[in-house]
Design a binder for this molecule. Sequence first.
Ligand code: FAD
Length: 411
Amino acid sequence: MEKQDCVVVGGGPGGMVLAYLLARQGLRVALLEARGDFARRFRGDSLAPAVMDWLDELGLGDEVLARPHAVADGFTWHAPSGSYRLADYSTASRRHPHYVLVPQPEFLTLLAEEAAVFPGFTLEMSARVSGLVEEDGRVVGVRYRVGGGEAREVRAPLVVGADGRFSQTRRLGGFATEELGAGLDILWFEVPRRPDDPALSGLDYFSAPGRAVVALGQGRVWQLGYIIPTGTVAQTREAGVGPVVALAREQLPWLGDRLDGLTDFSQLTLLNVRITRLPSWYRPGLLLLGDAAHVISPVGGNGINIAVADAADAGNTLAGPLVSGDPAAVDAAARAFEVRRRAVSDAEQRNQVRTERGSVERLRRGDPEPLALLKVAARIRPLARLLGRRSARAIAIPPPSEALLAVPARG
Ligand SMILES: Cc1cc2nc3c(=O)[nH]c(=O)nc-3n(C[C@H](O)[C@H](O)[C@H](O)COP(=O)(O)OP(=O)(O)OC[C@H]3O[C@@H](n4cnc5c(N)ncnc54)[C@H](O)[C@@H]3O)c2cc1C
């Protein structure tokens, strides 16, 4: 492949959005994705109101809404003493007063199609990166194989590692990681959704003494997550799928015979929750973003949103330096990016560690009730709205730059 302005490793939400934004500004960008398709289940699918507003500004919001999706207008904790709407998104955005749940395969396919309109965009699927090309202490490209075939190489002034929680570029680049200690793991499964099912918030948490299940209202299915304290997968597996089904029947009795098909533990998908911080996201020529730079927990549903917001910032601020081809300008922009975005992910991770510790403590104590303070807050509507606005805005997505808006969505 000819020399590029930027190589992006990983076609998840972070990498795909960045490649799109750079290509829209006329850069030559190669996106290398290890998998042969975008099929993936049980990933962060929840686009925050602020991300939807940002997509609108880029002229892509309606395209996203044309794909199968569902909306979640709040987060509700259902406890034995009652239901508490802890976050209300109704004032988080004028046009999108809710999270929009779009399956990741749909979102990624849409972006790949939109990016393909721009001549600088190259997408290589089944392209697994296995090495960095380095010169004089600077990363100047990557080595990869397509479908396990012969090794290829592509060069650029900047390689962006957007290859997720098990990032290979992070490992190859020798970046240190620090585990902040997640408290919970999640076992995901799904059951069909029917039009006459109760209208929940869309993001709902059901708790019983020592047990909890979350329900995400996707378009055609309910995505259900059985919460377990970290480190208890083996004993949960030993107990089998029975307790999972029993809790779902108890908390969501209207699912009825839809739970009959859940008979084996292997039908559950484990999300081994991690909260990982990196002391550095950048070394000359190699920048990490999204989960590669900061694995966050699904608490708050912002994994996808922070990855997109990282890419939005990088798309605004890296394009100019990359066009200039000046390594010092690229280094300065990448370091400034890290400072801005680290503040966001650090704050999110601190919140998550606190929330997870509190939740696991309550699970172990067998206390299914939210904190008394939260119960009071939930009864004060403006407060729940404020929490909804704050949690949704915490991702700090910057508006698209003028250079980006100067190019219409369809080129
Ligand atoms: C099982 C699971 C369930 C989740 N559930 C939730 C949830 O409920 N709520 C929530 O907010 N978040 C959830 N997340 C997290 C959320 O999906 C991520 O935060 C989000 O997708 C991060 O986007 P990303 O682009 O940084 O990385 P990813 O989406 O992980 O994308 C990384 C991409 O890089 C590719 N790749 C990896 N290695 C290479 C390589 N060597 N060469 C080329 N390409 C490579 C991968 O195939 C992948 O497409 C979940 C994650 C997982 C794994």
